[in-house]
Design a protein around this ligand. Structure first.
Ligand SMILES: [Zn+2]
Length: 233
């Protein structure tokens, strides 16, 4: 087989490998950019933070309630303990207790609000966690087809690489260099068929001498119009 024919086969393999690699990159990018999972993860992180804040706020209010209750019971013990006899002192104590109780009632309202907020944020976190599980499940089935396709593409690339290595071992290094340079310059098409008497890439009609050169087992022949290697097969 002449070098042009080998190069033509190599080009078929190389083009297929490139196409498959591009598709794998596309699949990887599509999976990485799965917005639904990213959004569900962010929502869960946000709701966890809100839940922690609500729990912290409730603890602070509970501590306030406890310390007021202690103050009230201490003052009441003093009031009814019989140790204080002075009416003015007793009156002051009574009004202190009454104002402490007013504050306690207000703070108990805050406590109730804080408890409701905590319940809401706990429910929110649970919901966000369920949403993330759902999003992951949906993504797995959404991507199952793509992941299967990627797997097949990788297996095919591996088979093509074996084929490619066989071609490479039959080609001269200098011929390969020409092929590689032309492929870069000519958007992946370095070798063209001359079977119909015309260049299959640029369409130029080939002179008999060009066709003759393309058929020769010696050296490479080029399309005089586009510069690609001619393959007579
Ligand atoms: Zn041409």
């Amino acid at each position: 087989m002449n070098q042009a024919a080998l190069l033509f086969q190599l080009q078929v393999v190389d083009s297929e490998i490139e196409r498959l690699q591009a598709r794998i990159a596309e699949i990887d990018a599509a999976i990485a950019a799965d917005q639904q999972i990213a959004q569900a993860e962010q929502a869960l992180a946000d709701s966890r933070k809100a839940n922690q804040q609500a729990a912290h706020a409730l603890r602070a209010v509970e501590e306030n309630v406890k310390s007021l209750q202690i103050k009230i019971s201490t003052s009441e013990a003093n009031l009814y303990g019989g140790r204080i006899k002075n009416p003015k002192e007793l009156q002051d104590l009574q009004s202190e207790i009454s104002s402490l109780k007013k504050r306690l009632a207000a703070i108990e309202d805050e406590q109730l609000t804080a408890m409701v907020s905590l319940e809401d944020s706990e429910a929110g976190e649970k919901k966000a966690s369920e949403n993330l599980t759902l999003a992951r499940g949906q993504a797995a089935s959404r991507h199952a087809e793509m992941l299967g396709e990627k797997d097949q593409a990788e297996q095919k690339i591996s088979r093509l690489n074996t084929e490619r290595n066989a071609h490479l071992s039959s080609l001269d290094p200098s011929t390969l260099e020409i092929y590689r340079t032309l492929r870069k310059q000519k958007r992946g098409v370095a070798v063209v068929s001359a079977a119909d008497g015309a260049c299959s890439a640029c369409g130029a009609e080939l002179r008999p001498a060009e066709l003759q050169a393309a058929r020769s087992p010696q050296g490479l022949a080029y399309c005089s119009t586009c510069g690609r290697i001619l393959y007579a097969g």
